[in-house]
Design a protein around this ligand. Structure first.
Ligand code: EPZ
Length: 418
């Protein structure tokens, strides 16, 4: 297993280019199952999670041809409908295959994703919605088995604006009979990018980006071509990293309008940020102000940047309160940050961070995808030797060569065989 080593204390300068969004590419690849043909998807990031969904879709009979970050997806010969436990357990977003398979093939057998480090991650809202659309579902040996002759459109209110739940219902609704109205829908940019893709396949969808999405079902969909939006969480990770390291960085190929909440908080911490149409420039402050955050569904502060912002506040001047409202166990990175000298007190869903002058290099262990990014950021400012980050297979699930991108900005960071 690889590890990443970081020698902290170097300012970041220069330009970094953001890759395609993992959490948009995953549902868009799954949505290709809604038609037979060859769709061409551009700006697909090279990540472990993308490899995983390609492996599972390969088992269903889907063929792929990759050219750089463009991926041709051939769904002309999909014969199977089983997503096996061995693969699903490594990536819970495999549940995104459920809606398209039930809608297109009338059947699906998908391993229950199981929990993960940040929480139980139930999928009750996905299952409840598909059942109301007429899918007959039962659990057997840890697999969800779903069958449906023809799904029918429904009006549904989601107790929680679940992102992949909204996406699963949207995809299933495109082939259902009649109209589906999703209330309290997720508004994330990745949901909007999926809606864009479905419209380019011929679906009639409106309201994406608001809390009410309307899908007119029943049309035959066709293969299409689409460019995945940039990854706002990767962009936010570099925004915070540059602000932490007294950097002067231009973040290219991003969508600043997807990062409004994050930009506001990083500016409040003292960074100078200039927003342009497809790039952001950020100059880190000499002295970092402590800032409180509370994670919320989009357009609020994203939970996927909570750990990275905590690393930032660990070297701020003063106390900051970090509240996590989306997942019940998303403070696992705290114990690793404490190994680097951070002073953090957890009280339920709140973490009180007392900023330190500096962090101290030490070996640490990644526990989940975004916690890994948080430890890389902390390593960039930790002094007194090398910070070693172990189990970085978590990092490779969601970031394309993160250490190489930081290296190009002047960081002393590299990967070694552990
Ligand atoms: C998506 O996960 C993202 N993953 C997550 O990113 C992200 O953290 C999350 O949305 C929140 O923004 C992908 O898009 C592939 P949810 P998802 O359903 O859809 C509860 C990353 O690092 N819930 O919006 O699984 C759930 O437990 C990942 O890239 C139910 O109770 O998240 C959570 O507390 C991590 N029942 C809350 O809703 C359900 O049926 C939000 O979950 C579904 C969800």
């Amino acid at each position: 297993m690889d590890k990443i080593l970081v020698e902290g204390g170097y300012p970041l300068t220069g330009e970094v280019s953001i890759s395609g969004a993992k959490n948009a590419a995953l549902p868009i690849l799954a949505a290709c199952l809604l038609t037979e043909g060859v769709s061409l998807i551009h700006n697909v990031p090279s990540l472990r999670d993308i490899d995983t969904i390609k492996r599972i879709m390969g088992l269903l009979g889907v063929e792929f041809q990759q050219q750089g970050s463009s991926l041709a997806v051939n769904t002309g010969n999909v014969q199977h409908h089983v997503a096996p436990y061995e693969l699903v357990k490594t990536m819970r977003a495999s549940i995104l295959l459920l809606g398209p398979l039930v809608a297109k093939l009338g059947k699906a057998r998908i391993s229950l994703p199981g929990g993960c480090a940040i929480g139980a991650r139930p999928i009750n809202l996905h299952l409840k919605a598909l059942a109301s659309m007429g899918a007959n579902m039962y659990l057997d040996k840890g697999y969800i088995n779903a069958k449906a002759r023809r799904l029918k459109g429904i009006e549904i209110f989601l107790d929680i604006p679940t992102v992949t739940g909204t996406e699963n219902i949207m995809m299933a609704a495109t082939l259902a009979e009649g109209t589906t109205v999703i209330k309290n829908a997720a508004k994330e940019p990745e949901v909007q990018d999926l809606a864009e893709f479905l419209r380019s396949m011929g679906a009639t969808i409106s309201g994406d980006g608001t809390d009410t999405i309307i899908i007119e079902g029943g049309k035959e969909l066709r293969a299409t071509e689409h460019r995945v939006i940039p990854d706002r969480i990767e962009a936010g990770t570099f925004l915070i990293g540059a602000a932490m390291c007294a950097g002067d960085v231009t973040i290219k190929n991003c969508r600043p309008e997807h990062l409004t909440a994050v930009i506001e908080k990083v500016e409040s911490a003292g960074a100078r940020i200039r927003v342009h149409q497809d790039h952001i420039t950020v100059q880190g402050p000499e002295r970092i102000e402590s800032v409180d955050i509370k994670t919320m569904p989009y357009p609020g502060f994203p939970t996927d940047l909570q750990a990275q912002f905590m690393a930032f506040m660990s070297v701020a001047d003063g106390w900051s309160m970090i509240r996590e409202t989306i997942f019940e166990n998303r403070f696992i990175h705290v114990s690793e940050l404490r190994r680097l000298g951070a002073e953090i007190e957890i009280n339920g869903a709140q973490a009180l961070v007392r900023g330190q002058k500096q962090l101290l290099a030490a070996p640490v262990m990644a526990t989940d995808l975004r916690a890994s990014a948080c430890l890389v950021l902390a390593g960039l400012v930790a002094r007194g030797g090398l910070t070693e980050i172990h189990r970085i297979y978590h990092l490779d699930r969601g970031y394309e060569s993160l250490e190489k991108k930081f290296q190009r900005l002047g960081a002393r960071i590299w990967r070694e065989k552990a």
